[in-house]
Design a binder for this molecule. Structure first.
Ligand code: NAG
Ligand code: NAG
Ligand code: NAG
Length: 782
């Protein structure tokens, strides 16, 4: 394969010479690649800094490429030392293919553009200054959270002010803030914001340039809002009187109120380049942050583990004891949409809290339909006015310039869902003279319409509700409606938490025996700090500027878990990243506030572990889990071997000097990784799957005895051996084996069935979900 590419490149080179002779020099296009180099061929990780390393790799390229491939001249834009071994460079396809055939090169991965995937939540998480994890961890005073995102906007944001009582950052921290014309590190940084750096060379290499260098301010400054939001959610200082206008008003505070923030900006106008992300991991590891919060993911199909920069970087981070919390993605509710799937990452789904921002529609016939809105202007009069459907007055999705003004003026317009920003659709209605608007959602979004900061009296309703209104309009001669806004409503109904329709779901595309996502946390309508450089709707025409904004996404749930990881890191300094993750997962809950299994807003029915993972994070229980499932680099290597990764591919992660044959002595299944969840795949109805686990006693009781209780998935016989685990010391480990076998009489009609195992000593409940994937033939036959 490689040889073929190289041969083609030779032909191309000949063609190029001929073309040159003919007077039409046509250089092959260059783009950005990440080149993973065997560590025996890497520069010594010595006193010499990045510049020397880049020079080393420039000469590495000269030495490794044949003369005919030295033009156009490749250029190195990053060298990697801590997160990976190698460099990022602009190369032609032929240069890249040639390099990949070299024994000193482990892989050449095309750079890719990735995408970005607050007051109430600490109390929803039951964090209290009086008891539990918050006081036990001193608010994570000695922990630095590295936030890899769109940068930070600290100007006038109380979330990033340092309380005078906050001492300087921990002595181990090596990072700091850079200064640029638009970001004065010495004024913006303090004992709360302890790091601010930016990475754009990969973006520039992929995109040709930054689209607008002044607007995007090549600096750590956040001109997007996303990074400011996530950082303040994880570790913002308490900010009194925060709110989006009057919505969600209260004191906004991060989950780990005393943790420090180091911002690494990697995202620019059109996305986030993989090579920049890997550079940020490299830097964050060198800076010795303790937790990395990563609310970014690939576009489209999830890449294999070794071909994703963040996954490689996260492996190196976890090896250094850094917890990496990552967003699951917003590609739900389809199957196998979950991203950031490596077992060494903590992958977070998104769910609701007990707060809503209702905007209801009352029709002329008295029907009331629930909706949601963050409209802040003058409401419509409390009388019903004429209602029209966009489809009857020019455009069903209320496209700008296509609405008939004479038919829209003074009326409420119902618009169908469009992929465009809803606030922009509302603007089109406003420009056409409409008095108000009602937006339908996608069918997938079920009972959770997205909340938008509308610029005219408007609300967003479900697909089903929009259908109802359309029917009403088409069957009444003079339809009317009224929209009412109810401000901020905190209540027990509807039940909470509920899984967001958009939250990406399992099964895990590349490692089906690792259950993903791992956990869920608040990610719907989250209030947190915002940039002064962009409107709350992100529309240029929206001239509003706010200090706090309310947005949704797994990007918002991830930093909640990052904050909890910071609290645990401080409260339990000897725990590994895997132990911290295990503690959160085995103590998570799966019942909502009404005592039912957490619902899925896309269907209104009970959700599953492929949506919520182990369940909703419960920080106060996570500090005392009783048992933990630990794992380290060696376990992850065995896991990669079991999945069929080659030694060369595994070398990208391990970066060991020897060209070791990692998989020669290892056998077993990827399901044997010591994970705090079970996922088994049946290939036939005769299949029997065993998975081994080891638990460590981290409870206070040296002589604890744990007994297993199993809730078997439908159609499955689950056995556990032994059923009792007797400990005689703390930190002692005990092994057990789970066996999953289809029941002979199983009549399974679902592709997936679920159960759980709970180990209990009377004081702790150590719970792991079980997911079974049935062979398609078996399900069809039922
Ligand atoms: C940054 O702020 C400090 C302190 O206010 C000031 O002395 C310095 O001149 C500023 N630097 C720049 C580049 O504006
Ligand atoms: C609308 O909201 C109210 C108040 O929360 C609730 O009682 C009602 O069931 C909701 N209706 C629908 C159709 O969801
Ligand atoms: C320790 O665990 C054992 C067995 O589960 C139990 O009998 C005993 O009471 C526990 N001791 C304490 C101090 O909780």
């Amino acid at each position: 394969m490689v040889r073929l590419v190289v041969a083609t490149c030779l032909l191309l080179a000949v063609a190029a010479i001929l073309a040159l002779a003919a007077g039409e020099p046509e250089a092959e296009a260059m783009t950005s690649y990440i080149v993973h180099v065997a560590s025996s061929h890497a520069p010594r990780p010595s006193r010499r800094r990045a510049l020397a390393q880049a020079a080393y790799y420039a000469s590495f390229l000269r030495d490794h490429l044949p003369t005919h491939l030295l033009h156009p001249t490749p250029s190195v834009h990053y060298s990697y030392t801590h997160a990976a071994t190698g460099f990022a460079a602009r190369l032609t396809g032929c240069q890249a293919a040639y390099l990949e055939s070299q024994p000193s090169v482990l892989a050449v991965v095309p750079d890719a553009m990735l995408q970005l995937h607050t007051t109430m939540t600490p109390s929803f998480l039951r964090l209290s200054a009086l008891s539990g994890l918050l006081p036990a961890s001193n608010g994570a005073m000695d922990v630095v959270i590295g936030v890899i995102d769109t940068g930070i906007y600290p100007k006038g944001r109380a979330s990033f002010a340092a309380d005078p009582s906050l001492p300087p950052p921990p002595g181990s921290f090596r990072g700091g803030c850079v200064s640029t014309p638009s970001f004065n590190g010495s004024t913006f940084c303090n004992n709360k914001l302890v790091g601010a750096k930016f990475f754009y060379l990969g973006y520039k290499a992929l995109n040709g340039r930054l689209t607008d260098e002044t607007d995007q301010s090549i600096s750590p400054l956040d001109v997007n809002g996303h990074g400011t939001h996530t950082a303040s959610t994880a570790a913002g200082s308490a900010a009194a009187g925060a709110g989006f206008y009057n919505y969600g008003k209260g004191t906004a505070v991060g989950v780990a109120p005393n943790a420090r923030i180091a911002a690494y900006k990697v995202c620019w106008e059109h996305g986030c380049a993989d090579s920049d992300i890997l550079a940020a991991f490299d830097e964050a590891i060198a800076d010795r942050v303790n937790v990395i919060s990563y609310s970014i993911g690939p576009v489209g199909k999830v890449p294999k583990l070794h071909r994703d920069g963040a996954t490689v970087g996260a492996f190196s981070a976890v090896r250094k004891g850094i917890v990496v919390s990552a967003s699951a993605g917003n590609a739900g509710p389809g199957e196998s949409t979950v991203g950031n799937i490596a077992p060494w990452m903590l992958t977070v789904g998104a769910s609701t809290i007990n707060r809503r921002f209702p905007g209801t529609v009352v029709l002329g016939n008295g029907d009331t339909l629930n909706g949601t809105s963050l409209y802040v202007g003058k409401p419509l009069d409390a009388t019903k006015i004429a209602l029209v459907y966009g489809g009857d007055v020019g455009t069903n999705v209320c496209e700008a310039g296509k609405l008939d003004k004479t038919l829209v003026a003074g009326k409420i317009v119902l618009c169908d869902h469009d992929d465009e920003n809803e606030v922009a659709q509302g603007e089109a209605v406003k420009l056409a003279g409409g008095a108000g608007a009602i937006f339908g959602s996608t069918e997938d979004s079920g009972e959770l319409p997205p909340t938008s900061p509308h610029i005219l009296p408007a609300t967003t309703i479900s697909f089903a509700a929009a259908k109802k209104i359309k029917k009403y309009i088409s069957t009444h001669s003079s339809p009317t409606a009224m929209i009412m806004f109810h401000g901020t409503v905190v209540s027990r109904t509807p039940s909470s938490p509920r899984m967001a329709d958009f939250s990406s779901r399992g099964p895990n595309l590349h490692a089906p025996e690792i259950l993903k996502p791992d956990i869920t946390a608040p990610g719907v309508d989250i209030l947190a700090a915002w940039t002064g450089k962009k409107s709350p709707s992100s529309l240029d025409s929206d001239k509003r500027r706010v200090k706090y904004n309310i947005i949704s996404g797994t990007s918002m749930s991830c930093p909640h878990v990052s904050g909890i990881a910071a609290l645990l890191r401080q409260a339990r300094p000897d725990w590994s990243p895997a132990a911290i993750k295990s503690a959160m997962m085995t103590t998570a809950y799966v019942l909502d506030n009404a005592g039912n299994v957490i619902k899925d807003t896309s269907t209104g029915r009970a959700s599953t572990p492929f949506v919520y993972g182990a369940g909703h994070v419960d920080p106060n229980r996570a500090v005392d889990p009783g048992l933990v499932y630990d794992a380290g680099v060696r376990d992850y290597i065995s896991f990669l071997c079991a999945l069929g990764y080659t030694s060369k591919e595994i070398g990208i992660f391990t970066r060991d000097d020897s060209r070791a044959d990692y998989c020669s002595t290892r056998t077993g299944s990827s399901g044997d990784l010591n994970y705090p969840a079970f996922s088994a795949v049946f290939h036939s109805d005769m299949d029997e799957v065993t998975q081994r686990r080891v638990v460590r006693n981290v409870g206070r009781n040296v002589s604890a005895t744990y007994t297993a209780r199993i809730i078997s998935p439908a159609g499955v016989r689950v056995t556990v051996e032994p059923r009792k685990l007797q400990f005689t010391a703390t930190q002692q480990t005990r092994e057990y084996v789970m066996t999953f076998a289809p029941r002979g009489d199983a009549r399974v009609t679902d592709k997936y069935t679920f159960g759980s195992i709970v180990w209990s000593d009377g004081e702790h409940k150590v719970t792991s979900p079980i997911a079974i994937t049935w062979p398609v033939s078996q399900v069809a036959a039922s």
